[in-house]
Design a protein around this ligand. Sequence first.
Ligand code: UDP
Length: 235
Amino acid sequence: MEYKRILLKLSGEALMGERQYGIDPKRLAEYANEIKEVVDRGIEVAVVIGGGNIFRGLSGAATGMDRVQGDHMGMLATVINGLALQSALEQKGVQTRLQSAIKINEVAEPFIRRRAMRHLEKGRVVIFGGGTGNPYFTTDSAAVLRAIEIEADVILKGTRVDGIYTSDPEKDKNATKFDTISFNDVLRKGLKVMDTTAFTLSQENELPIVVFDMNKKGNLMRIISGENIGTVVNL
Ligand code: UDP
């Protein structure tokens, strides 16, 4: 196996499946299956989940809402998604813990690094909700931060495209995919992998990022087995 401890970043939007809003139970179950497959092989899995399928602070601000207030709503949205994923995993017999960056003790454990690491060692999937707990950040930043804190080998960014392209493959037919690319080249070429705050945090801490298509069955396992089916961003 290529990796022993991973941090999987799933966007909130990915949970919508074919819908325009909210959570598609079918998609959720598919993701739970993918995660179960790697947990069963002894891989330690932490997950950071986004909230864009329910609320984004920036969109709220665009309609006149206070940005910080909107960001609080976004953070709560990630907790809702975390609960949904937890439930889907437990239905399949996977042990999980949800840890939140904002205190919501009746619903989730608070984020405690040592405890999170202990859960991982015991084979439990740890889902980190609430983002970083701060407004003006994204769940990509939370994913990088948590990955570094728990000493994950890699951050796996599951998306609906199968890697990083020279330009947006959904718009440009001539776009070509990178198998690997350096952090500096991503910045130099102005490619979008994560927001800049998240991306540079990853670079400074030498945490590799793999972008891959999470919607294809078996892909997560293939990545963990060392197949290069996405794009690896490395030093
Ligand atoms: N958010 C925040 N601080 C964080 C993480 C998230 O304020 O550390 C808020 C922010 O409003 C963001 C929303 O939560 O728009 C949902 O997160 P994100 O947009 O990263 O979700 P994704 O795009 O992955 O679905």
